[in-house]
Design a protein around this ligand. Structure first.
Ligand SMILES: NC(=O)c1ccc[n+]([C@@H]2O[C@H](COP(=O)([O-])OP(=O)(O)OC[C@H]3O[C@@H](n4cnc5c(N)ncnc54)[C@H](OP(=O)(O)O)[C@@H]3O)[C@@H](O)[C@H]2O)c1
Length: 309
């Protein structure tokens, strides 16, 4: 197959491109200005320069392709720089889906997120709206809703390396966030970290599967862990013993809503809201369908934290 990939320079997208190439597919990857250094190198990979609002580049990207994979996404927006959830999670999908329809490309795979909903945060609403949009078109679509994704970020940052930098390596005790005023539920919200290679294997695995068409799959790891479990596992993986303390999410939320406009501030108010909602789900449907044994979020699979590339 020839597969057009958007987001192929990102953490997940690079694993997807590698898996596509490993399975003998040809790949077209959109490379936006300034990201050339992240472009995959392979004779089976065509690099198309351009951005999401460049109709000619999108036309070239999807031309002759059998499938499109949309793995673009952001965690925080900077509207004064034109970087918004609306632009990247929704408008981009609408444009690419139109280009795909015009080129006669039927298969469309969308990387969404666990917890998306019509009345959630802007991140969740825009991803949900993109799902709704492609479901209305005459495409053979598959939507993936991953929980947090871990795995060697190969020089970049992902869920675990980000927490290592912000919490484990900090001289301060690790915060066990709690809702409301009483700390009896501190650090109790749950997540199901899923390994990036399992995500890539699942995405590439459904490309030619009719039984995966017109379906939404949750991508979650085999264990559901509390925030406290995750801090503990990360501390162990980094060879550290970490003190923890109950921290009211309310206070941090207020600070984040003021400070999130600065990109050095580590968290936005919406990110905190989504974290406290929990991010766990059951990923067995897709893993069983494709015969994947998912990687567990445990110390032996986090070696990359000690020796980052
Ligand atoms: N990682 C997770 O834990 C996680 C969890 C749930 C869902 N997801 C979803 O999975 C997808 C992939 O995530 P990821 O972790 O691979 O993200 P990532 O590493 O940040 O990569 C995001 C991709 O989007 C592109 N992008 C970012 N800003 C852009 C902009 N202003 N204009 C055009 N393209 C832009 C990036 O291009 P450049 O390389 O040019 O910057 C990159 O290719 C996203 O849809 C994300 O929402 C991820």
């Amino acid at each position: 197959m020839r597969v057009a990939v958007l987001g192929g320079t990102g953490f997940v997208g690079r694993y997807i491109v590698d898996e596509l190439l490993r399975q003998g597919h040809s790949v077209n990857v959109l490379i936006r200005p300034g990201s050339g250094h992240k472009a995959p190198e392979s004779d089976n990979c065509a690099l198309i320069a351009g951005d999401l609002d460049d109709a000619a580049a999108l036309e070239q990207l999807v031309a002759d392709s059998d499938a499109v994979i949309y793995s673009v996404g952001i965690l925080r927006e900077f509207p004064d720089q034109g970087i918004s959830f609306q632009a990247l999670h929704y408008d981009g999908v609408v444009r690419v889906a139109l280009a795909a329809e015009q080129a006669g490309t039927k298969r469309f795979l969308l990387m969404s997120a666990n917890g998306v909903k019509p009345n959630g945060t802007a991140y969740q609403r825009t991803k949900y709206a993109a799902e709704e949009h492609i479901r209305k078109l005459g495409l053979n679509w598959t939507v993936f809703r991953p929980s947090v994704i871990f795995g060697d970020p190969r020089g970049g940052m992902e869920f675990a390396s980000h927490l290592k930098q912000e919490i484990i390596d900090s001289p301060l005790p690790a915060p066990l966030f709690y809702p409301g005023l009483i700390p009896w539920r501190s650090g109790k919200f749950t997540l199901s970290p899923v390994h990036v290679q399992d995500v890539a294997t699942a995405v590439v695995g459904v490309l030619d599967r009719d039984d995966a068409s017109q379906r939404i799959f949750h991508l979650c790891g085999p264990s559901t862990l509390t925030w406290k479990d995750i801090i503990y596992i990360l501390s162990e993986a980094c060879g550290k013993s970490k003190l923890m303390f109950p921290a009211p999410a309310l206070g941090l939320g207020i600070a984040a809503s003021v400070m999130e406009r600065f990109d050095w501030f580590p968290l936005t108010k919406d990110q905190l809201t989504m974290l406290m909602e929990g991010n766990s789900c059951d990923g067995r449907e897709i893993f069983d369908l494709l015969g994947i044994k998912p990687v567990v979020f445990e110390v032996e699979n986090l070696g990359y934290l000690k020796n980052p590339q």
